[in-house]
Design a binder for this molecule. Structure first.
Ligand code: SAM
Ligand code: SF4
Length: 474
């Protein structure tokens, strides 16, 4: 059911800017929690209730005697409750780095004349996707600069190419997008190509700071970007991803901004964002950031835990911008998706001669260059269940119909079995060496957590996978 303000006689907030910096600063500056209050807020979240802005400020302001540890422990528990031990895997595919904007943190910005500009040809895209499929990838996010060449029609065209590439047992089953905001018509065009999530990061939710960093091009318009995902929703894309680039402004403000954005989407469209991303600024060619708001590792882990508790049902994405040790630790506090085998240079998945990172060709430097195989092996080692599941989106369980968390037992009936089935495929088709044994062991262990009936039908499907059938899901 879409939002209808007339029926409820409340003001229609769709497409309206919803960030009030004064309101956010008031909450940050005037919420002085004691220990008990912090514990009450964590307990509310553990009962799977989303937190208000004020409650989020309670967690942000909780300093001293072990409270940060209690927040992290709460986040760990909640993740286990809501997501179990699954981690969904994906890879980014950069399609083109032409860009008309002048974002001071990005190597693709128009004033960076050292950047080598490239847009993958259709044939390049096919080669890249084949290489990704050869590694076992099933879920991609396509990334584009902002440029007239990357029109909605062009983006839709590239999505269709990706879905059409099948190599051996390989195929991409979900294509997400990270690209510039579009108008409603544009979002409709891209939506009709069958995308999963459309991500637009606000970068910073503070309108003044936003001006400092965005010095040219369409991206200068804070309000147009802030309302991008409203237009996506109006165009029928009910699966959207939000994010902030940490290091541009005070991290506490950005966390509040992300929670406010979530509230806005929920109030207007009955569905919050599917995912939240929290990239930290990494080195890039012609980076022009003074480091004043650099978010240190401790604050970074705390903010992930706070986001987990504040929005229990929203997926949290942690990318290869972060080094393996940071990823390993931060993952426990509620991350549900990570990338593996990531390469940012355009064309580099298929061009294996060129393994070194080269900032002239990349948006920024990544700090986890491990292969997908290595990432999966480590996940198994640490008792996670790697998943390539794409079932919900293909079964139409998206947006307000995305029942994953509201239907009791959903995870045990759908998510865990589907994770097991996609991991079985990965083991049969791509895993090597010790990963094979570790993978089957993990599958056995996780089958043991399922209801007997579900375990039986999952085992039957695994046998079919061993005999060569693919793409079996619940
Ligand atoms: N051009 C589109 C846009 O700006 O929305 C696509 C996004 S860009 C290719 C993907 C994201 O990378 C940006 O939204 C930004 O948050 C992030 N990013 C840019 N420069 C970065 C840097 N130096 N370090 C880490 N992340 C960065
Ligand atoms: Fe262009 Fe996006 Fe980079 Fe800004 S962040 S310069 S819009 S690619």
């Amino acid at each position: 059911m879409k939002f209808s303000p007339e029926k409820l006689s409340i003001p229609d907030q769709r497409m309206k800017p919803f960030i009030d910096p004064e309101e956010i600063w008031n909450l940050i500056n005037n919420t002085k929690p004691d220990k008990q209050r912090v514990r009450d807020v964590i307990a509310k979240s553990l009962n799977k209730h989303r937190l208000t802005m004020e409650e989020t400020a309670v967690l942000i302001n909780s300093v001293g005697t072990g409270l940060a540890d209690e927040i992290k422990q709460g986040a760990r528990e909640l993740k286990e409750k809501v997501y179990g031990n699954r981690i969904v895997l994906f890879a980014p595919l950069y399609v083109g780095n032409r860009c008309v904007n002048n974002c001071q943190y990005c190597g693709f910005r128009v004033t960076n004349t050292d950047a080598i500009r490239k847009t993958l040809s259709d044939n390049d895209i096919v080669k890249e996707v084949e290489a990704l499929e050869d590694n076992g990838q099933k879920r991609l996010i396509l990334v584009y600069g902002e440029h007239p060449d990357y029109s909605p029609e062009y983006i839709a065209h590239t999505v269709k190419i990706v879905y059409g590439v099948k190599k051996g047992h390989g195929e991409i089953r979900r294509v997400n997008i990270n690209a510039a905001p579009l108008d409603i018509e544009g979002f409709r065009t891209v939506g009709e190509s069958g995308i999963g999530t459309y991500q637009v990061f606000q970068e910073t939710y503070d309108p003044e700071a936003y001006k400092w960093y965005h010095l040219g091009g369409k991206k200068r318009d804070y309000g147009y970007r802030l309302t991008a995902l409203d237009r996506a929703q109006e165009a029928g894309i009910d699966d959207v991803g939000i994010g902030a680039l940490f290091g541009l402004y005070d991290w506490r403000f950005e966390v509040m901004g992300l929670v406010r954005h979530t509230n806005h989407l929920e109030a207007c469209y009955n569905v919050g964002p599917h995912t939240i991303s929290f990239p930290r600024i990494k080195d890039a060619l012609s980076l022009n950031i003074d480091g004043k708001f650099e978010t240190g590792d401790e604050d970074f882990k705390k903010l992930i835990a706070i986001l987990r508790l504040a929005v229990p049902y929203t997926g949290l994405i942690l990318t290869a911008r972060e080094a393996p040790d940071v990823r390993r630790e931060a993952m426990q506090y509620g991350v549900s998706q990570i990338d593996g085998g990531t390469k940012l240079e355009l064309g580099s998945y298929s061009d294996t001669k060129n393994e070194k990172q080269n900032l002239n060709r990349e948006q920024f430097k990544i700090n986890d260059a491990r292969s997908l195989a290595e990432v999966i092996d480590e996940l198994l080692e640490n008792d996670y269940l790697p998943s390539f599941c794409t079932s919900c989106y293909r079964m139409g369980r998206t947006g307000e119909h995305f029942m994953e968390f509201s239907v009791p037992g959903f995870i045990k009936r759908f998510c865990t079995p589907n994770a097991i089935l996609t991991l079985s495929e990965y083991i049969c088709d791509y895993a090597q060496g010790e990963t094979v044994e570790k993978g089957w062991k993990a599958i056995d262990k996780n089958l043991g957590k399922l209801e007997p009936g579900v375990a039986v039908s999952t085992r039957e499907k695994i046998e079919k996978i061993k005999l060569g059938e693919r793409d079996l899901y619940f």
